[in-house]
Structures are given as structure tokens and as C-alpha cells.
Design a protein around this ligand. Structure first.
Ligand code: ADP
Ligand code: MG
Length: 191
């Protein structure tokens, strides 16, 4: 399997959860020509030094993934965007609750851009990370002149499945229901 843009998007969103954010806003915007992802979190953020290290392909904190010698998420974002005519931006504050905003934009017409991959799977993956956090996903798309937009809220999905108390998707049954719901939602656009 190739590493797709959606695999990258999952890794970048996981960083927000790992940074202790309890509110994460994901916006994915797709057109025939480009795909743009913005992730805004209220996690612990990065100091300028930490940000410089985190974007260095030969550095990783050595704590989260002991034994791994290189970071995957941010270096891969930067390298892929820069080699395919895409763009990236990271804004982060180490203090307060501003957290981090990561933006990635890819040119779908560039033959070196990785395939988009499984958008529905990306949503399912990031909604089901362990932990208590609110996540709002806004998916907007424009195809053949038609605009299309959906908002997905993690808390609403958990409530609908009677998992509001548990705070996360625990059992196989609710995971399957979540998967089917997301597929039906996205079928309109991809179906
Ligand atoms: N959203 C974020 N908030 C705070 N720190 C972050 C965020 N994203 C990345 N980082 C920091 O940048 C480092 C590098 O991230 P990444 O490239 O995904 O590699 P890894 O997660 O394997 O360490 C992380 O270990 C973390 O310290
Ligand atoms: Mg990571």
C-alpha cells in the first residue's frame, strides 16, 4: 500500500490528539484541482525551537515512538508539498490555549502528488482515536460547478450511539455503525 494524502491527514490529526487538545477542528476542502486540509487544535502547542525541530526530517522526540529515528507527519507533509507544487503552513503557540493550526494544500493535477486515498476512512480514523475530545469536521467539495458541504461533530455521533458517557467509540458494533453512517453521508459525493 502507498502512503496516501489521507494517511498523512490522519497522522497530522493524530498529532493534535497527542498534543492534549480537547477541541479539534478539521476542515477538508476538495475541488477537481486541489485538496486543502486545515487542522486547528487547542493542545499544548510548540515553541519556535520545538517547531523548528518538529519540521526537521531527522528529528523526533524519541518518546512517542521509541526506536524510530525520523518523524513522519510533519516532515512528510513538508517534503511532499514542496516536491509537488503544494503548500503548507504551521502556526503554533506554546502558551495559552491557542494551540496549533496546520494547513496543507495539494495540487491534484501534479502527477507527483500522492493519491487522495480513502476520505471516509480518514474521518472514521480520526473520530475514533482514544481519548475525550470534541472534533468538528467540515467537508466541502466542489465538483462540476456544484458546491457541497457537510459538518460532522464527534459529540453528536457519540450521543446518537448512546456513548456520550463513555466519551469514545468503544465496541465493534458502534464502530461498524459509525462506518456505515459516514459511508452513507459521503456516498452522495463519491458514490
Ligand atoms: N498539533 C501539534 N501540537 C503540538 N505539537 C505538535 C503538533 N504536531 C506535531 N507536534 C510536535 O512535532 C513533533 C513531530 O510530529 P510528527 O512529524 O508527526 O512526528 P511524531 O508524531 O512521530 O513525533 C511531535 O512529536 C510533536 O512534538
Ligand atoms: Mg505524528
Amino acid at each position: 500500500m502507498h502512503y496516501t494524502l489521507c494517511d498523512l491527514f490522519s497522522d497530522l490529526t493524530q498529532n493534535a490528539v497527542e498534543a492534549g487538545a480537547d477541541h479539534i477542528a478539521v476542515a477538508l476542502e476538495e475541488t477537481d484541482r486541489s485538496i486543502t486540509l486545515t487542522i486547528r487544535d487547542n493542545g499544548r502547542g510548540m515553541s519556535p525551537d520545538q517547531l523548528a525541530q518538529a519540521t526537521d526530517p531527522f528529528w523526533t522526540d524519541g518518546i512517542k515512538h521509541p526506536g524510530r529515528k525520523v518523524g513522519l507527519g510533519l516532515p512528510f507533509l513538508i517534503q511532499t508539498a514542496e516536491s509537488t507544487g503544494g503548500s503548507w503552513n504551521i502556526e503554533s503557540k506554546h502558551t495559552g490555549t491557542t494551540g496549533t493550526t496546520v494547513t496543507a494544500c495539494f495540487d491534484l493535477a501534479n502527477i507527483d502528488t500522492p493519491p487522495v486515498g480513502d476520505v471516509t476512512g480518514f474521518f472514521r480514523h480520526v473520530l475514533t482515536f482514544e481519548g475525550t475530545y470534541e472534533m468538528e469536521i467540515v467537508f466541502s467539495a466542489e465538483r462540476g460547478g456544484k458546491r457541497w458541504s457537510e459538518t460532522i461533530r464527534r459529540s453528536e455521533l457519540l450521543d446518537a450511539l448512546g456513548l456520550g458517557e463513555a466519551g469514545s467509540f468503544t465496541d465493534a458494533g458502534s464502530l461498524a455503525l459509525l462506518g456505515r453512517y459516514l459511508e452513507s453521508l459521503m456516498e452522495e459525493y463519491y458514490g
